[in-house]
Ligand binder design. Sequence first.
Ligand code: GCU
Length: 349
Amino acid sequence: MKHVKRIIAVMLSVCMLIGCVGCGSSNTNKGEESHSTKKRIIRIAHSQAETHPEHIGLLKFKKYVEEKLGDKYEVQIFPNELLGSQTKAIELTQTGAIDFVLVGTPNLENFAKVYEIFSMPYLFTSEEAYHAAMNDNAYMKKIYESTDETGLRVVTWYNVGTRNFYAKKPIKTPDDLKGLKIRVQQSPASVNMANAFGAAASPMSFGEVYTAIQQGVIDGAENNELALTSNKHGEVAKYFSYNKHQMVPDVLVANLKFLDGLSADEKKVFEDAAKLSTQVEEKEWNKQVKEAKDYAQKEMGVKFINVDVQAFRNKVLGVQKQMLKDNPNIRDSYKHFQTFNKKYEKEAK
Ligand code: GCU
């Protein structure tokens, strides 16, 4: 499978570089019109399967853009890390070989330090606070623009629930994590977090996790319920603990030059398409997460464990303090997000 992916990725990269006719590509990155019959191909890369809520959200994006601007643009979606891991696909977006990529925010930490905020364990105290914070467009705009000087701009976010530990053996208390090799996303903040829990953090790309668990290279990982079903991790890890250590958004990242090359009207279409895709993804997520839990339990034999979340939270409160001390870029967001935590705590009382 890996080889097939690599071959497809190489073929596509060659295609993109030479703008070959078979791909229908017209290299209009610099604004030039090529063949009048050809459409500008918009390429979007992501890591999930074609059944995943994010793919479904992106189909909406495609449909909307093509409905409004179909004479000029065609949107192509590349799922399943076909164009490489998220780290690689960001590079492709940065160089303009592709136009958009969907990644978890930890992948942006190397581009703008403010993104570390989303890796902070227990940053949000409720899902309501998290959603309200992410939907605070005026504030998020500042964060989205923080990667501008690297040629990237986030255009919207997607909800992918809460992250939790899952492994080959049950994790009931933080102590159960001691010495376990746990895969985390490839960012320093994610590594620090898992280590603070007492685990041995093992950063690797998402596509490698299944085999790594299967072969015993790692003991487990941390993610949402769909990783069990959509990515089949439930076949190799049978215990999923609801310790809810993070709510890490995925974001749709654009090549900034591409966005800046659009007319005001076109830009509006792309912005609306992005917003719509977020709404569609959210709805689909809520539906699929229930189905995933059910399927994992009944068909894959995964046991879901409810744990004392406070015990896990206590274990990493020091990480929050340390992160705030080490990274001045996250202080403002931290403070801002607390207003949502307070608001929803009060409402819950
Ligand atoms: C989630 C998330 C992905 C991310 C993955 C990971 O599935 O949606 O964007 O890549 O977690 O843990 O790497």
